[in-house]
Design a protein. Structure first.
Lengths: 259, 229
């Protein structure tokens, strides 16, 4: 094939400053930063909505269901455009103008984080709900009988156990979130795919560039899986979630269900 | 917000659906059919007793599942012309249309996800059935085609359909290749008439209605199946 391979391209100077490899590493850092912040938002909102969907108040349950359906049934890319182009327009004019004034990387970063965070939160909420519903009803009854208020039942009894059960599917949601940060490239965030596109356009070395971006994603994937295995072992309650074998099985099921 | 222009939608609705939605639907249905076929083959490979075949299929599936779809779209967009040139022996890159490139990408990418679903489906069939089929003198392909796969497909139908809804939403990512799918058509109109707010909201509403209705149908199918069983 008449393609000129040039692997030393990574150490050449990029017109955007620094070497091409440094450009990709910056993209990698943006991917991690975006994913980390969105994940915090997703966990917070997801827990809140997941709990809402299991309460006894009918209208709260309905509200939770509307939230989940809204974020689940619109393509992520369309949601990204809604946050970036539409939200500043439909807010009160003064606020919308203030948003448009935010300096470049942050004017993109903030909507990207909000979009990814809320999108992922709807999926986290479904996991949290499934986790709470998988617990025997006797647990919340016993807690109530012991005099705990509803909020305390969730805080001290239901959520700590649920989170241990749903840890494996939550890990796949985190991995999905990391992959989804690439969608922020469409509104101009220079995360890993954005950095790779920029390098490819300046250097013309398509395949070297995308090979490097691919390796970065695989590396991140491996790191997250390793760290999560450590956390899983750290928070395990002996005799509760069972030996590693069951966890593995639960993970396989979770992956198929959330794929 | 009080100058919301509904007219831009009524003016362009024909173009949006005739050009855009037809493209989106064609891409969704074709890549579902081809991805499911390839995914089923991959699942059979992953479950095969031939170790190296199982390992190769496993690497393919896990590799693709670790990568973002946008990156894979770019990979194939640049790779397919070279592969085409190599396969046809032309010696130089062959130009491939945007739709073909997207179709190849989505087929190969979704096959990895369909593979995992079909693998679970095949494993849900009791091993006794396989043994009984062999005892009756069926060979591997007859056993798969007549005994295991029909049941596996039926068991996994709700998850397969849910994955198709995900695929339907993911096709919007062909935006990065500037193709005119439903979202692409909406963006064309939005930029021509400078009506971003109206168009993006309309596109979001249409995607929502279709996905929501489809997922309700899946839930209904699931309940119907549980009652019938």
């Amino acid at each position: 094939m008449n393609y000129n391979w040039n692997w030393s391209i990574f150490f050449e100077q990029a017109p955007t400053g620094g070497t091409y490899l440094q450009g990709l590493a910056m993209g990698f850092a943006w991917t991690i930063g975006t994913a980390a912040l969105s994940w915090m938002l997703a966990l917070a909102m997801g827990t809140l909505v997941g709990v809402a969907r299991t309460t006894r108040l009918k209208w709260v349950r309905l509200l939770g269901a509307v939230y989940v359906e809204f974020f689940r049934n619109i393509p992520l890319l369309v949601q990204m455009f809604l946050w970036y182009f539409v939200v500043p327009e439909i807010l009160p004019v003064a606020l919308g103008d203030a948003i448009k004034q935010i300096v470049p990387p942050w004017g993109i970063f903030v909507p990207a984080v909000l979009c990814l965070g809320f999108y992922t939160s709807s999926r986290v909420a479904e996991q949290v709900r499934a986790g709470i519903e998988s617990l025997p009803r006797g647990q919340s009854m016993a807690a109530t009988a012991l005099g705990l208020a509803p909020a305390q039942v969730y805080r001290y009894i239901l959520l700590p156990t649920s989170f241990r059960i749903i840890l494996p599917p939550l890990v796949s949601e985190l991995l999905n979130l990391i992959k989804n940060t690439s969608v922020a490239f469409t509104i101009g965030l220079l995360e890993l795919v954005g950095a790779a596109r920029s390098m490819q356009e300046f250097s013309f070395q398509v395949f070297e560039t995308f090979t490097a971006a691919t390796l970065f994603y695989l590396l991140l994937n491996l790191i997250v899986l390793r760290v999560m295995l450590l956390i899983e072992a750290r928070v395990a309650v002996p005799g509760f979630t069972g030996p590693a074998r069951t966890a593995k099985k639960a993970k396989a099921i979770g992956e198929v269900a959330t794929a | 917000m009080n100058n919301f222009d509904f007219d831009v939608i009524t003016r362009s609705v024909g173009y949006l659906f005739r050009d855009g939605m037809v493209f989106t639907m064609k891409l969704t249905l074709l890549s579902t059919a081809m991805g499911l076929a390839l995914g089923t083959l991959l699942a059979m490979c992953r479950l095969s007793g031939w170790r190296s075949l199982a390992a190769a299929a496993g690497i393919y599936v896990n590799f693709l599942r670790a990568l973002p779809l946008i990156l894979v779209i770019f990979w194939f967009y640049f790779l397919v012309p070279y592969l085409g040139g190599w396969l046809t022996g032309a010696g130089r890159p062959v130009s491939v249309g945007g739709f073909t490139s997207a179709l190849i990408t989505f087929t190969l990418f979704e096959a990895a996800y369909f593979c995992e679903i079909m693998r679970a489906g095949i494993q849900s069939i009791p091993r006794g059935q396989t043994a009984a089929a062999y005892a009756l003198g069926l060979n591997y392909w007859q056993m798969m085609a007549n005994i295991v796969l029909p049941q596996a497909l039926r068991n996994m139908a709700p998850i397969l359909l849910t994955q198709t809804i995900v695929l339907f939403q993911d096709t919007s990512l062909v935006y990065v290749l500037s193709l005119t799918d439903f979202l692409g058509a909406g963006i064309n109109v939005a930029q021509r008439d400078n009506r971003l707010v109206e168009m993006y909201i309309f596109v979001a509403v249409v995607y929502f209605i279709i996905s929501f209705a489809a997922s309700r149908m899946v839930r209904y199918l699931q309940r119907y199946k549980t009652l019938a069983a």
